[in-house]
Ligand binder design. Structure first.
Ligand SMILES: [Zn+2]
Length: 144
């Protein structure tokens, strides 16, 4: 289908293609450049069997799993940003929300939900936070 101006079949150099792809060009941009469709570009890159910048159609690493585990384990930046976001909407109280006695130390996500809902968060003193963390870990250990 792809025919160059001289009438010969368009030759795509796989090395150049992969290099350009790894430099950040999208399949569409490369397709426009070579005058072929994005799937054709993908085919040529796959054919080289070189390491890919990303897996095709694999979005499993993007976003949060149902139980929030991926956010907890794999996205420290996201977690910090979330803490800041909640902290702005849920000011630190005078005392721990759990025991009402000690000074609050940590903004904790209730049941590790990590939602953008201030009601799902509470300010805990260090000992209450540790108690809760321990409880959640024990809870998870019990789940097979
Ligand atoms: Zn407490």
């Amino acid at each position: 289908m792809a025919v160059s101006e001289s009438g010969n079949r368009l030759y795509i150099c796989p090395d150049t293609l992969v290099k350009e792809y790894n430099e950040g060009k999208t399949l569409r941009e490369l397709g426009d450049e070579y005058g072929v469709t994005p799937p054709a570009i993908r085919y040529h890159i796959v054919k080289t069997r070189l390491p890919h910048r990303r897996k095709w159609g694999n979005n499993s690493k993007i976003g949060i799993t149902d139980n929030g585990n991926s956010l907890w384990k794999g996205n420290e930046v996201g977690l910090t940003a979330l803490h800041e976001w909640v902290g702005k909407r849920k000011p630190k109280p005078e005392v721990c929300e759990e025991c009402g006695a000690n000074k609050p130390f940590d903004l904790a996500s209730i049941e590790n939900r990590y939602t953008r809902n201030p009601n799902d968060w509470e300010w805990l003193c260090r000992s209450c936070h540790m108690n809760k963390d321990g409880r959640i870990k024990n809870l998870k250990r019990g789940v097979v």
